[in-house]
Design a protein around this ligand. Structure first.
Ligand code: ZN
Length: 94
């Protein structure tokens, strides 16, 4: 489930390894935090919500929404690597 501006989403990782006729499975479910609105010119470019703090003389930083997405990706990558490591450990044990 993909996150939206103001609602958390979730993502699942599944790993399966077969060794010696036995199947080993592992899974990990992670919460993906809401991305937050990406306000530009007083409106969210994603869902169209009005920016409550918008003021034409004090424009919001247009880079805010991009950096928020970058953070959630940075959180997910190590999790995927950890699942891959677990999968490798199961294989070695057999
Ligand atoms: Zn929005």
């Amino acid at each position: 489930m993909a996150p939206t501006c103001d609602k958390d989403g979730s993502v699942g990782f599944y790993a399966t390894a077969t060794f010696g006729g036995k199947e080993y499975k592992d899974q990990h479910l992670d919460v993906v935090p809401a991305t937050g609105h990406n306000f530009q010119g007083g409106r969210c470019t994603v869902c169209g919500a009005a920016d409550p703090s918008y003021n034409s003389s004090n424009r919001p930083n247009p880079g805010t929404g991009v950096s928020a997405r970058g953070i959630s990706l940075a959180v997910l990558l190590p999790v995927a690597a950890a699942v891959a490591a677990v999968c490798g450990a199961i294989k070695k044990r057999g």
